[in-house]
Design a protein around this ligand. Structure first.
Ligand code: SAM
Length: 352
């Protein structure tokens, strides 16, 4: 049990809690405490940054309550009691509410989360019928943009004995995705799982290629990103000495030109719409290339993956933030995407 009541629980990818602490301390002078491998508590009066601004934060649980215990019924009783109090505190005119009950990926607590969600909804229906009337299933809310007065009830099942509950309106900067994880589905024909990274980046950036836009893909092999760009209708120059393994689909292959060239030196003759780069090179090399493309105004949008060094990655991330700050584009982001591994994705678009 935490010693003081935190104002926020912040979720990140398992194994990145310490990097999230370093980021919040350095960029916003907010001191966090790790609770497990994917969660950090903060006790602060100042507002938290938007999730979009942070590299490592994926989800906020504002004003969370902690519960310790493994038996189902006492856990449900605790949650219903808390939800009854919290829901009264929110505006009576507030909109619908949805429930995210989740554990970390592949965690032993997943089964507990599934059982808990079912039992909790049944108990809310029986004991808080007026509140239950405004319930909307998470999948249905996900199809539309939640309104700012809609409410998100989150139950983060941290282990088989520990959980956190939070009830907050969408106005309080929470992510509409369960646990803040934007899972993309695998596309048939995609030559690598990396394709999902680029699909996720398009959602986070709020822009994907329009038909016949020009794209350059540096470090393209085996072709997951190139396939994705072509699938969206772009005309792609794929730069890599390695072989592409694209599906035998003329609608895709007609849009792709493969150049066996060095992505560290390649530049297009004319500016293009998209620079995409997933080259397996050092992080500073990648930042140097992105800096050159930005300086020479060679693209309208970019998605650039930066591999993180094993030891002390924060200094390189500060360099990446500084590089983006030098260029006054309306949208520039660095995110540790759900489909990223030990890497982050830099994204930008020149138009709002
Ligand atoms: C992680 S893979 C890219 C995966 C690709 N994005 C996909 O979706 O299939 C990294 C690629 O970078 C390429 N690479 C490394 N150094 C390069 C360079 N100097 N120029 C071009 N490609 C390079 C490698 O050949 C490798 O194919």
């Amino acid at each position: 049990m935490p010693l003081t009541q935190p104002t926020h629980l912040v979720l990140t990818r398992p194994g990145y809690a310490n990097l999230l602490i370093e980021e919040f301390q350095d960029r916003w002078q907010l001191s966090g405490t790790a609770v497990g491998k994917a969660a950090v508590t903060f006790t602060c009066k100042t507002p938290m940054p938007a999730l979009d601004e942070s590299i490592f934060a994926r989800q906020y649980l504002p004003m969370p309550s902690f519960f310790h215990g493994s038996a189902l019924q006492p856990t449900v009783d605790f949650l219903v009691k808390k939800i009854a109090v919290m829901s009264k505190r929110t505006n009576r005119q507030s909109g619908r509410w949805t429930l995210h009950t989740f554990a970390l990926d592949d965690d032993a607590a997943t089964q507990r989360a599934i059982a808990l969600e079912k039992a909790l909804l049944t108990a809310i229906k029986a004991t808080l019928p007026t509140f239950y009337q405004r319930h909307i299933a998470a999948a249905d809310l996900a199809k539309e943009a939640p309104k700012s007065d809609d409410i998100l009830v989150q139950v983060f099942v941290a282990s088989e004995e520990e959980l956190w509950l939070s009830l907050a309106s969408f106005a309080s900067k929470v992510s509409p995705y369960i646990g803040g994880n934007l899972r993309m589905r695998e596309r048939s024909g995609a030559p690598s799982r990396s394709a999902r990274k680029l699909e996720e980046a398009f959602v986070v950036l709020g822009r994907s290629p329009a038909p016949d836009e020009l794209a350059v893909d540096l470090g393209a092999a085996p072709g997951g990103w190139t396939f994705t760009l072509a699938r969206h209708g772009a005309l792609v120059t794929a730069v890599d000495h390695g072989a592409l393994d694209l599906p035998k689909n003329p609608a895709i292959s007609a849009r792709i030109t493969h150049l066996h060239k060095d992505g560290l030196t390649y530049k297009p003759v004319q500016p293009v719409d998209w620079l995409c780069c997933d080259m397996l090179v050092g992080s500073r090399e990648t930042l140097r290339i992105l800096g050159e493309w930005l300086e020479q105004q060679l693209m309208q949008c970019f998605v650039v993956n930066v591999k993180l060094p094993q030891a002390k990655p924060w200094p390189i991330l500060k360099e990446a933030l500084a590089l983006l700050q030098q260029h006054d584009w309306p949208v520039m982001k660095i995110k540790h995407l759900y489909h990223d591994r030990r890497e982050v994705t830099l994204m930008g678009r020149r138009t709002p």
